[in-house]
Design a protein. Structure first.
Length: 337
């Protein structure tokens, strides 16, 4: 029987949300030893050496600070509790971040920035701080600020976690003092961004610019009746009309999008249409990320996937996010046959 995602109403406990904060399956086996720096990009080897050294300390359980150590720390120049890997797509930042997570002692957490904001939104700031304050390390992939609310929320969260002794590591293709640039410039939010930047030791990783690679070619969409027929033939396949699906996403908290896909092995979507509403587009991006994490083949009908986001969207402040989603959806559609 075909699964209808648009008819599912998953409930997700806080314990499950926290337990799922681990590297996605494609990074489950990466280690520092499997990272191969490009010979002509010395910053890659330098980042590998720096993180490998930091990992030695992080492999030891976190020690509760004594009164004497806290008093000594007041007289020392403040250090940067976080590592921030900046660079373009495809230079190995996520490989290095996941390797650091694998080496670190627990409790520890690995998530994308979107997953972190969704987690805090689901738990509430106070509960999230209480739950994470004892962690050894928190790794945040694809660090980005989508709106002023996220800026203030994450700034306060990370500020309180750093004060509690949690170490941070993050990746992004935007320097921390430039986060949010082109989206909001109000002075209060810039102050929050600067406070975030102060928590990180920034390391640049160079490599070929992702803009020279282009998007993979979108496969020809299937007729809707073929999508429906093929999903009916496959075990544990879902099939939904595109409009039904994105309307349903609007009624679910994004922290539940992963649970929405529980038990699904193939995703079918009929009558995919170009998007013009930014809110709808951003929800589809989150769903695409959860599908990609699970490597779910996509059977797609409607317009070609490279027409999913409007030309204006691909020029706007969320351009990188939409391009990433397109690349992932196209890869899943090619895997779908």
């Amino acid at each position: 029987m075909v699964i209808r995602l648009s008819e599912r109403w998953p409930e997700v406990s806080p314990d499950r949300l926290l337990s799922e904060c681990v590297p996605p399956p494609r990074f489950a086996d990466v280690r520092f030893a499997t990272y191969q720096p490009a010979p002509d990009e010395p910053s890659q080897a330098e980042a590998l050496a720096m993180l490998s050294e930091r990992a030695v300390g992080m492999a030891k359980p976190r020690q509760a600070p004594s009164l004497w150590s806290r008093l000594r720390r007041r007289d020392q120049a403040p250090g940067k509790p976080g590592i921030y890997l900046d660079g373009g797509f495809g230079v190995g930042k996520t490989h290095l971040l996941a390797s650091l997570w694998h080496e670190a002692a627990g409790p520890k957490m690995y998530c994308t920035f979107v997953e972190l904001t969704n987690l805090v939104g689901a738990l509430g700031l106070r509960t999230a701080v209480d739950a994470l304050s004892s962690y050894r390390l928190i790794c945040i992939d694809e660090f980005e600020l989508d709106d002023p609310g996220d800026t203030m929320l994450i700034s306060r969260l990370l500020g309180q976690l750093v004060a509690a002794g949690v170490e941070l590591a993050a990746t992004s293709n935007t320097l921390p003092d430039k986060l949010g640039e082109g989206r909001f410039q109000a002075i209060d939010f810039l102050r929050e961004i600067q406070a975030l930047a102060a928590n990180f030791d920034v390391r640049r990783i160079d490599g070929p610019d992702y803009r020279h690679r282009g998007l993979p070619v979108a496969p020809e969409p299937w007729p809707d009746d073929k999508v429906e027929a093929k999903t009916a033939e496959r075990a544990n396949a879902s099939c939904d009309h595109f409009v039904d699906l994105h309307r349903h996403l609007a009624e679910l908290h994004p922290s539940k999008y992963g649970a929405l896909l529980d038990g699904v092995e193939t995703v079918g979507i009929t009558d995919i249409r170009p998007l013009t509403d930014e809110n709808v587009a951003l929800r589809v991006v989150v769903l695409a990320d959860r599908m990609y994490d699970r490597n779910l083949p996509l059977l797609a009908g409607g317009v070609p996937l490279d027409q999913l986001f409007s030309a204006d969207m691909l020029k706007g402040g969320y351009r990188k996010k939409y391009l990433r989603a397109l690349s992932r959806l196209i890869a899943l559609a090619n895997a779908g046959g």
